[in-house]
Write a protein that binds this ligand. Structure first.
Ligand SMILES: [Zn+2]
Length: 794
């Protein structure tokens, strides 16, 4: 990140950052003091580029932008402007991806693949979803920028520069479209509109055509780089330039432009007529808009700083009708370490968290001393409220009565973090009094193994991190069982599917560090003769990785690595290698016990390209020959034999189609062929009932919240011959929506969400949704984790 400002400011950066910090927090700052700070302070502007690595324009722009600013080749008096503005410019916030995209592009220049897609994700785990990580903060890059935004620099203005499709306008600028998230301060929307309009005007004056504003990108979601700052009282903008083929120019005939971009409208008063479109054009548009941003920041410097203070004050003092007083996270949790992780995530984004020093009552509920309290009255109150509350997305309009909805939310309609993470968090509306201590860090408990020399150690299946400990111990050859029911002992009671570990010298040596690292409590037990249980073996896991850069596969890798779960990536050729069984198919059982397919179009898995009827077919582009194809018929046969011989096959989301189409499982997708005008659920949280006595439901509560995002609802039938099935999770008959927006709940009511299909000696685990969605939905990880540790039949 480069810091560009006057020499004088450069010598006092700490002071200016301190001013920003003071203005953010109105507590202890009078309006007079704030006015003085606004007068004397400097406005901090952050420009982030290149998060999506193939959208290279902004990174190219950044260098020229910096050069022009420091040499005074600007549309304004740079010396004067830089006296009042501190510019932070991050030329790329995905540097590894930038490198990958550049190398790939250069390799194929001059061939038919010039400017085409890469066969891997341009962020190691997330690909394009690196711009969906901004409240969960899983990725190092997100964490680094978040640190700049809310801890180190605290900018008042931010823009994230992107590229979009090339058949519409040349540039999209804010204001954003409906609906607005109710937690965002209206002054943010006004500020965003002012900056956006000034940009459009400055560009228009300089002859730039085809600039669109409003509508396309909504102000609802809280998950992208350009969204989360709104909730931190930072004016944050997004720009989207029409793309080229990475760096190669394109020619767009006038007839190829989308119809809505051929006519003049108030949001699009100067259509672009079509013609050549080059990387240089993108750089020029972005240079102009970035200069305009700096100019506006300069012109309104004092107001921007004072408004920043004012919005912070409103976040602290304004108790609008319906605004909760606090959120209380009780000490009694299903999965305590996961709850602590949620607190960590909130604190990384600047949220203040308190811990109660005594028992208390709030909204008529009793809470134990040690419970966590998140007061909404704090500088980042809008942010924490947007994450902790239930989203009620407004109803969508239809194109015509009974017709399709327009427009569905740009991304998720609902994302409530405690629901996603399976954390109990109560919204408290009435104010209450209790002795609170503000936390500087999350108080992870220090854990020691049970005292004495118990013959067995028990770990509770309710904790995601228990699985991490078990995977480690299995690597070291420990003898481990899963209980078929709850386990009780002196002073403890754990859920069905708990782990019973033989306490050998080796286990005793490894255990203290593992329990402490994963914050897992362990219990001692001497006699396990009465416990119904099944042994676990060291599970060898394969995760399929196609050449079509599948983000859900990347997130699955992230979850595995996050929990230290050993796995091997399986490529197409691994389904074709010559380790044969006697009947001639590829022997996958020789290397794997579990094979996982992340959410992906089953046609891509089979043949490397989407089915012609799918919505992604339009965007399909061929890859060089070594990256073509899928697992093929041979791979499908190998999978069938793998299951027959005792393997566990896991399919997530759309990958379930592979089981429906090729393996003839007695189950199907009830949403197959259902029109979007009858059922629509754009990324929302839904309720399921769970059979937590079944091995795939172990450790889950009886009622759970799942993230439904381009997901399936499953039907099952009475099986025949070699088949059997257990419905593990299903939608209730009504009140299915927990957070977000859902239309047509009748279509999925009483249908299954997770099914364990038994076929000959093995299992096919159908999980109709992404239970590890973007490494956010910790509350449903266990459906996948259980499949990885399916106990052996005895
Ligand atoms: Zn982008």
């Amino acid at each position: 990140m480069a810091v560009i400002t006057s020499e004088e400011n450069m010598a006092h950066l700490d002071k200016h950052r301190e001013t920003s910090r003071k203005l953010r927090d109105a507590r202890g700052l009078t309006p007079e003091e704030a006015a003085r700070l606004a007068r004397e302070g400097k406005v901090i502007v952050l420009i982030t580029c290149g998060i999506h690595a193939t959208e290279i324009g902004s990174s190219q722009m950044a260098m020229e932008f910096a050069y022009k600013l420091v040499t005074g080749k600007t549309p304004f008096d740079a010396d004067r402007v830089l006296e009042d503005v501190i510019i932070l410019i991050a030329p790329t916030i995905n540097p590894d991806g930038h490198q990958m995209a550049t190398e790939w592009y250069r390799k194929y220049v001059g061939t038919r693949y010039e400017g085409g897609p890469m066969p891997w994700l341009y962020h190691h785990y997330a690909g394009h979803d690196n711009n969906r990580d901004w409240f969960m903060l899983n990725l190092s890059e997100t964490k680094a920028v978040t640190k700049v935004m809310y801890h180190d620099w605290i900018p008042q203005v931010h823009i994230d520069e992107h590229e979009m499709g090339s058949r519409g306008g040349r540039l999209w600028l804010p204001p954003f479209g409906d609906p607005p998230n109710p937690n965002v301060h209206p002054l943010i929307w006004r500020g965003v509109a002012a900056f956006g309009t000034n940009m459009a005007r400055d560009l228009q004056k300089n002859g730039f055509e085809g600039i669109a504003q409003g509508r396309d990108y909504a102000g609802w979601w809280d998950g992208a780089c350009d969204n989360t700052p709104w909730f931190h009282n930072t004016i944050c903008l997004l720009s989207e330039s029409a793309e080229v083929r990475v760096a190669s120019p394109i020619y767009i005939d006038a007839t190829e432009l989308s119809e809505s971009y051929t006519e003049k409208s108030m949001r699009f008063p100067d259509p672009w007529p079509g013609g050549w479109w080059r990387l240089r054009d993108i750089v020029d548009y972005e240079l102009a808009l970035s200069m305009s941003l700096v100019k506006t920041a300069y012109l309104y410097k004092e107001e921007l700083l004072y408004d920043f203070y004012r919005m912070g004050m409103d976040s602290i003092e304004k108790r609008e009708e319906g605004r909760p007083f606090a959120f209380v996270i009780s000490k009694e949790q299903w999965d305590y370490p996961t709850m602590l992780r949620m607190l960590d995530t909130l604190m990384l984004a600047g949220v203040e968290i308190h811990q109660a020093q005594e028992d208390f009552i709030a909204d008529d509920k009793f809470y134990l001393s040690g419970s966590f309290v998140v007061l909404t009255s704090q500088p980042y109150g809008p942010y924490l409220q947007a994450l902790l509350e239930i989203q009620n997305h407004p109803d969508l309009q239809r194109e015509y009565p009974g017709g399709p909805f327009v427009p569905p939310p740009y991304d998720n309609a609902g994302w409530t973090l405690p629901l996603q993470m399976g954390v109990k968090c109560d919204q408290i509306n009435e104010s209450f009094k209790v002795d609170l201590t503000k936390l500087d860090y999350v108080p992870y408990p220090s854990i020691t193994p049970p005292q004495g020399t118990a013959s067995y150690i028990v770990l509770d299946s309710r904790l995601n991190t228990s699985f991490a400990v078990v995977f480690q111990l299995l690597q070291e050859g420990a003898e481990i069982y899963r209980s078929k029911d709850m386990v009780t002992g002196s002073g403890f009671e754990t859920a069905a599917g708990s782990f019973v570990i033989k306490n050998t010298a080796q286990v005793g040596q490894a255990l203290p560090a593992l329990l402490d690292k994963w914050h897992v409590k362990a219990y001692g037990l001497d006699n396990i003769a009465d416990i119904e249980k099944a042994p676990l073996k060291k599970s060898r896991i394969g995760l399929y990785r196609s050449w079509r850069a599948n983000m859900d596969e990347g997130w699955t890798r992230y979850v595995f690595e996050d929990l230290a779960i050993p796995y091997t990536s399986l490529r197409n050729e691994d389904f074709k290698k010559p380790t044969r069984t006697t009947n001639g198919s590829v022997n996958l059982n020789a290397k794997f016990d579990v094979i996982v397919f992340a959410d992906e179009d089953a046609e891509i898995i089979k043949q490397g390209k989407p089915s012609p009827s799918s919505r992604s077919a339009r965007f399909y582009e061929e890859l060089p020959s070594e990256y073509q194809g899928g697992i093929g018929i041979e791979g499908v046969e190998a999978l069938k034999s793998f299951v027959e011989r005792g393997g566990v096959l896991v399919t997530l989301g759309r990958a379930c189609d592979l089981a429906f189409q090729e393996l003839d499982v007695p189950a199907g997708n009830v949403l197959e062929g259902v029109d979007r005008s009858e059922f629509l659920c754009p990324g929302s949280i839904l309720k399921v009932k769970v059979n937590n006595q079944s091995p795939i439901g172990y450790g889950m509560p009886k009622e759970a919240a799942i993230m439904f995002y381009q997901s399936m609802a499953l039907s099952t039938q009475v099986p025949t011959e070699s088949w059997d099935r257990t419905v593990v999770a299903s939608f209730p008959k009504d009140d299915i929506l927990l957070s977000g927006w859902l239309f047509g709940e009748d279509v999925i009511a009483r249908k299954a969400a997770v099914v364990d299909i038994q076929y000959k000696k093995g299992h096919i685990i159908l999980i109709g949704f992404r239970c590890q969605h973007r490494a956010q939905s910790h509350g449903t990880y266990k459906f996948l984790l259980n499949a990885l540790l399916y106990p052996e039949a005895q």
